[in-house]
Design a protein. Structure first.
Length: 581
């Protein structure tokens, strides 16, 4: 059986805060005991004072009753406060462990699981675990002790009363669970219907132009009306159960109290108790309903928490990257930035077992060489780049920089070695300078300015209100071409010896494309450049072109050599020239 990381984390938190845990246990005992005292005091007041018309000590008993009622409120508050504090500490510890796990987990996990699924484990599942410790488990223990205490107290008055209370337990619980399960189903269905309504609104707003251009307004309105009707019907079910459950429990409570009073009547005398005992029993019976009602909800909470624990444990038990050498630095990998060799040694990779994306890729990239990878969509070009940066591990073979396996290099050191430029630029919260440095304190303002100057954005950024310190509140501050230049600046700011360019001229006009290609041409004089391109015209500036087909290297050579020797390359170039004309 896989290890329960959640149990280890919870145990660790409890050990660190054992004094708080002991205080919580004391408070729980006080909550149970104090909750049983008011009926006993009430019995004493009625039997020893009111019936005998003896006022001695009555004031003290009344003050004691009020004092205990106040004490119950105080200890109940302390219980809730301690549970909340412990629950938050447990939640923090679990989420911290999960975040550290994300740094070690194999990247393939994120390929197989969407971001929404991962976020759900961090939020919903951890919150379910938190509710187990702050409400479900402790609440159930407290309620069980309250029930036992009430039954024992009534049995001390008269065994028949204890027997009646014992018989009532399954009856009250069955009625409670009957309504709670149906209320829960209705609430879950209602949440699903609300999600459909919200999703439809979001979908309509995002695609309003397409809806209008396609004359689909009536269709979307009808669909939305149906969702609203379904939501109305489910909320009616929720309201029905919410409204009918309390009066039913009130009727059952009144019936039971009436039964006790009748049994204690002098005419029957089925139970030999005094009037004070009757009053105390009525209060105890009233108190008996509350823990039984909450017990069902606590069991439901515990069930949800167990599911959350299982999902969090599954995440924390995921396979980790074990090859990383934490002592390895970028300076140890790169001795001379002008003499960096990159080798692909029989590299094979598969996302799904039995389906190889790359198969036996072998290639040597010389220092400051410009290599372009071309091929049909889906042949594994982007995957090859991820392998090159060590984000994915090959099934067989290896990729090495100066003889060092890239999977052994810590992620914190890779930015000094690789500069990766994606097809799209993702803004982060912060200033223009932060878009380049990514909040890396080791990157200086001088480095940022040099990177901006290198890509030719200095003049535009100086025109902004605060220059490099201008806050980026949305993505309209820069054009698409400027975003690509920012992406290049982000990649080269640490002056890495190797640049990886993934189809960065896609969806750009010819003038902007020419500007970016000139920047890359300049970068190629001091960097080793690996690029992916679907436009073969951009490979003219490359030293070497690698044609991939079916996950293998089909051909390698200079653009001129491939034009002469490779039919596929020559036909594609001819086709592109026809489209230019």
């Amino acid at each position: 059986m896989k290890r329960s990381h959640v149990a280890k984390i919870v145990t660790s938190v409890m050990k660190r805060h054992w004094k708080m845990l002991l205080f919580l246990m004391l408070v729980i005992v006080l909550v149970v005991i104090l909750g049983l005292l008011p009926p006993q005091i009430l019995r004493t007041i009625i039997d020893d004072n009111l019936l005998s018309q003896n006022s001695n000590g009555l004031l003290n008993l009344a003050l004691l009753y009020l004092g205990i009622a106040l004490s119950i409120g105080i200890v109940d508050f302390l219980k809730g406060a301690i549970l909340t504090i412990l629950g938050q500490k447990i939640t923090r510890a679990i989420r911290s462990e999960m975040m550290m796990k994300t740094e070690r987990i194999n990247v393939l996990y994120f390929s197989a699981n969407g971001s929404g699924s991962v976020v759900s484990r961090f939020t919903n599942d951890v919150e379910a675990i938190n509710s187990m410790f702050t409400n479900g488990l402790v609440g159930m223990i407290v309620d069980l002790f309250k029930i036992i205490g009430i039954i024992v107290s009534m049995a001390l008055f008269d065994p028949m009363l204890g027997f009646i209370a014992l018989i009532l337990l399954p009856l009250i619980y069955l009625i409670t669970r009957f309504f709670q399960t149906r209320m829960l189903k209705a609430q879950i269905l209602n949440r699903k219907q609300i999600a459909k309504v919200n999703n439809h609104i979001s979908e309509s707003l995002k695609n309003v132009q397409m809806i209008k251009s396609g004359s689909k307004e009536a269709f979307m309105e009808d669909k939305f009306t149906n969702y609203l009707q379904d939501h109305y019907e489910t909320i009616e079910k929720v309201n029905f159960f919410d409204s009918i459950f309390p009066p039913i429990m009130q009727i059952v409570r009144a019936f039971v109290i009436g039964l006790v009073i009748v049994l204690a009547a002098p005419e029957l005398q089925w139970v030999g108790i005094t009037l004070g005992m009757v009053a105390a029993s009525v209060e105890l019976l009233s108190n008996l309903f509350v823990p039984i009602e909450t017990l069902g909800m606590e069991l439901q909470s515990i069930q949800q928490s167990i599911s959350g624990i299982q999902r969090v444990n599954e995440f924390l038990n995921e396979v980790e990257e074990t090859k990383v050498n934490s002592t390895l630095s970028a300076d140890q990998v790169i001795n001379d930035v002008k003499n960096v060799s990159l080798t692909f040694e029989n590299v094979s990779f598969q996302y799904v077992e039995g389906f190889e994306v790359l198969n036996q890729i072998s290639l040597t990239v010389k220092p400051r060489e410009k290599v372009t990878f071309v091929g049909r969509t889906g042949v594994g070009k982007t995957t090859l780049f991820k392998l090159c940066m060590g984000l994915l591990s090959p099934i067989t073979g290896r990729i090495a920089i100066n003889g060092i396996d890239v999977t052994t290099i810590p992620n914190a050191e890779k930015r000094k070695i690789f500069g990766y430029v994606d097809q799209s630029f993702h803004f982060i919260k912060g200033t223009v300078a932060d878009q380049i440095a990514l909040h890396d304190p080791s990157i200086t303002q001088d480095q940022i300015r040099k990177a901006i100057q290198f890509v030719g954005l200095t003049e535009y950024i100086e025109m902004l209100p605060l220059g490099l310190l201008t806050p980026v509140v949305n993505d309209t501050l820069f054009s698409q071409g400027q975003k690509q230049l920012l992406s290049i600046a982000r990649a080269i700011v640490t002056n890495p010896p190797i640049l990886l360019l993934d189809e960065i001229t896609a969806n750009l006009d010819s003038i902007t494309e020419g500007l970016i290609l000139s920047v890359l041409q300049k970068a190629g004089t001091i960097h080793t450049v690996l690029s992916i391109s679907h436009r073969l015209s951009t490979t003219i500036n490359a030293d070497t072109v690698v044609i991939l087909e079916n996950g293998r290297i089909k051909n390698v050579g200079s653009p001129q050599t491939l034009m002469e020797q490779d039919d596929w390359y020559r036909s594609r170039m001819t086709l592109e020239k026809l489209t230019w004309k």
